[in-house]
Design a protein around this ligand. Structure first.
Ligand code: CA
Ligand code: CA
Length: 314
């Protein structure tokens, strides 16, 4: 019984608070004829746009508009860009002019112009796509600040179809064929567009490394300025220097302190990097990307843990 009483008291208190919050509006109830106009969606779209006009008063029906049950709002569906002036009237005789303006319905796919250049060694191809309108981000591509240009660097031959979307989602398919780059330097290791060499297992010796590089490729591996010998361990941060003048920075998977192995100390570094207490340079970010998805995230931390307890392999 006591509890019940308390509830009543707190309900009364709540009511009092609510009244005091809303009383300024209640007192100023006659604030005239107020209209708000809502567009849905209100960003580039290939859909129709629903325009809703809401008011504090009941409205008079306008031809072409659908009035709500309480008559305090009405909507109309527009299937094209347009500008229209309408006069909205309340049932009590007030009126107000409203300009409806829609200029972002887009049902045209982007027009693209693409060009491909390559470097002198035939080891990289640079694809540039220019559009006649702003584009959405495409995974693996770099979008310019004005969103009109996409670029991507290819380091191996491939053929792919890229779906390029404008802001409204209209798609133009781009067929990219790269077939004139030098053949791969390794069947196990991968060269990235930022000139790192990835997918090298921790604890790899230089002798083992050499077995994984194509025979026709001429190179040395440097630790600082020192050339490696066969029994040396391959470490993150070492440089593979080719006779064609290209340098690739070596990223040993999971080796984040540059000793060539994956140990608890590497796990500690990844933890610090993930909480923002340590910044990793490009090659160490590559080494930290244990699942090779081009991102360093918690999933890489779980993977490193699984490798350390022997439940997974690099
Ligand atoms: Ca290490
Ligand atoms: Ca990753």
């Amino acid at each position: 019984m006591k509890i019940h009483k308390k509830r009543i008291i707190s309900s009364i208190l709540l009511l009092f608070i609510l009244i005091s919050i809303f009383s300024p509006y209640v007192l100023a109830a006659d604030i005239g004829f107020v209209l708000t106009v809502d567009y849905s969606p209100n960003k580039p779209t290939y859909d129709n746009v629903k325009v809703t006009i809401s008011s504090n008063k009941t409205l008079t029906k306008i031809t072409g508009w659908i009035l709500s049950e309480d008559k305090k709002s009405m909507y109309k569906i527009y299937n094209d860009n347009m500008e229209e002036n309408i006069t909205v009237e309340s049932t009590t005789g007030e009126s107000s002019n409203v300009t409806i303006q829609i200029n972002y319905i887009d049902r045209k796919s982007p027009q693209l112009e693409n060009s491909i250049t390559k470097n002198a060694n035939n080891t990289k191809a640079f694809v540039t796509v220019k559009a006649n309108e702003p584009l959405q981000e495409v995974v693996g591509w770099t979008l310019s600040e004005d969103k009109m240009t996409l670029t991507k660097t290819y380091v191996k031959n491939m053929e792919e179809i890229v779906e390029i979307k404008d802001l409204a989602g209209n798609i133009t398919s781009l067929h990219v064929t790269i077939n004139y780059l030098e053949e791969s330097i390794s069947s196990s290791y991968e060269r990235t567009s930022d000139d790192c060499l990835i997918k090298i297992k921790p604890g790899t010796t230089y002798a083992q490394f050499k077995q994984n590089i194509e025979e026709k490729i001429e190179y040395t591996v440097l630790d600082g300025t020192r050339e490696l010998t066969d029994s040396d361990i391959i470490k993150t941060g070492q440089i593979m220097r080719r006779t064609n003048g290209e340098d690739y920075t070596i990223a040993v998977t999971g080796d984040l302190n540059g000793d060539g192995y994956l140990r608890l100390s590497d796990l500690a570094i990844l933890k610090m990097a993930l909480v923002g207490k340590k910044e990793l340079s490009v090659v160490y970010l590559r080494a930290a990307d244990l699942n090779y998805d081009n991102r360093v995230k918690l999933s890489d931390l779980s993977k490193i843990k699984m490798v350390l307890v022997g439940k997974e392999n690099v």
